[in-house]
Design a binder for this molecule. Structure first.
Ligand SMILES: [Fe+2]
Ligand SMILES: [Fe+2]
Length: 358
């Protein structure tokens, strides 16, 4: 059994406003990209698909969904301290990643408005959805007397530059993994309502359809760029993003075993389900998917997660910084080594399977 992270007090920026979680390789990233390249992107090959998606997005099926009904209007003081803390952390992470999507889509929409109106409108409508999601999560946090200052986040987060192709691989996967996470939690709680300690979870069914649609838009974008799936470089990059997104998922889920336990889910089983489902779905977009059924796949991933927990333990120790760095090194090398071995496992050719998977 792996250990979860040591408990920490909630740090505040000012009263009622949570200090954002420290940025690490595992926290949700904020992106900027080459906006000119996106504006000039030739999307002809998927024009029809993207127009259909645009019509669907304009319909705005979830416009009445994000309403805090009666069930939200009550006191949550009865939720025990540990569960509350784990839940707030879940809300913060989810809110930050929804908000990062909002910022990226909004900026893309604004910067390409005159040169690529179709894509600009698609991004604007996706930004609309993400703003709703982030806002709803932040409102949920305020039920626990804490919230995120999204303006502060906008100004103070580090922005990572990603080439448009990398944005497409990464955002596609984060939308689809988001879909599988929300729907899996929803279906689990539908079967086990005794674990539904807060009404947010029952909104996930329609919510995840937004993420699914966003994922489909990125699917069309990816397929519109033949270099992203027809070339050997595209194959290698695709595999790289699958592996990094899955590794991030495994490590973060195992860091938060107490949250999953609070809703009656086993973290290991949950992680394996989500990775397997997302990988299967990615076969519709990516040229190759990972062989997650390989006997070494999950054991190596979970070994990385154990080492990651060791790293957190060292980081929170009282040792001087130089000693911490020295003690961390063998674990960092081991994580890198395991990820490299995972990358080299023979992938599954998705181009050959195309048309038969969903
Ligand atoms: Fe979202
Ligand atoms: Fe989304």
């Amino acid at each position: 059994m792996v250990k979860t992270l040591p408990k920490v007090e909630i740090e505040e920026l000012k009263p009622g406003v949570k200090a954002p979680a420290k940025e690490t390789l595992l926290t949700p990233r904020f992106y900027i990209t080459d906006f000119d390249a996106v504006a000039n992107m030739n999307i002809c090959a998927q024009e029809e698909e993207l127009q259909a998606m645009l019509t669907e997005m304009r319909n705005d099926y979830n416009r009445h969904h994000f309403v805090r009904d009666e069930e939200f209007k009550q006191s949550w003081d009865h939720i025990e301290e540990d569960k509350r803390r784990a839940f707030i952390e879940f809300l913060e992470r989810s809110c930050t990643s929804e908000f990062s999507g909002f910022l990226l889509f909004k900026e893309l929409s604004r910067r390409i408005k005159d040169r690529n109106p179709t894509l600009s409108e698609i991004f604007q409508l996706m930004a609309r959805d993400e703003a709703r999601h982030a806002g709803f999560l932040n409102k949920a946090m305020s039920d626990f007397n804490i919230s995120l200052d999204l303006g502060y986040l906008t100004k103070n987060r580090t922005y990572t530059f990603f080439k448009p192709e990398w944005v497409i691989y990464a955002v596609y996967l984060s939308e689809k993994i988001g879909y599988w996470r929300y729907i899996t939690i929803y279906r689990h709680l539908e079967k086990h309502p005794e674990h539904q300690f807060y009404p947010l979870f029952r909104m996930f069914e329609s919510w995840c359809q937004d993420e699914n649609r966003h994922g489909d838009i990125f699917n069309a974008l990816l397929r519109s760029q033949s270099s992203m799936w027809k070339t050997w470089k595209g194959r290698l990059w695709g595999r790289f993003f699958l592996l990094t997104v899955f590794a991030t998922h495994t490590l973060t889920v195992h860091e938060r075993e107490d949250f999953y336990a609070a809703i009656g889910l086993d973290a290991k089983e949950f992680d394996r389900t989500i990775v397997t489902k997302t990988n299967e779905t990615a076969a519709r977009a990516f040229p190759e998917i990972l062989n997650v059924e390989h006997p070494e796949f999950f054991p190596r991933m979970e070994r990385c997660s154990d080492y990651n927990l060791k790293l957190s333990e060292i980081e929170t120790s009282q040792a001087p910084q130089w000693l911490k760095s020295l003690r961390k090194l063998p674990y960092q090398i081991a994580i890198f080594g395991n990820l490299l071995r995972l990358y080299l496992i023979k992938p599954i050719d998705a181009e050959k399977m195309r048309g038969t998977v969903r």
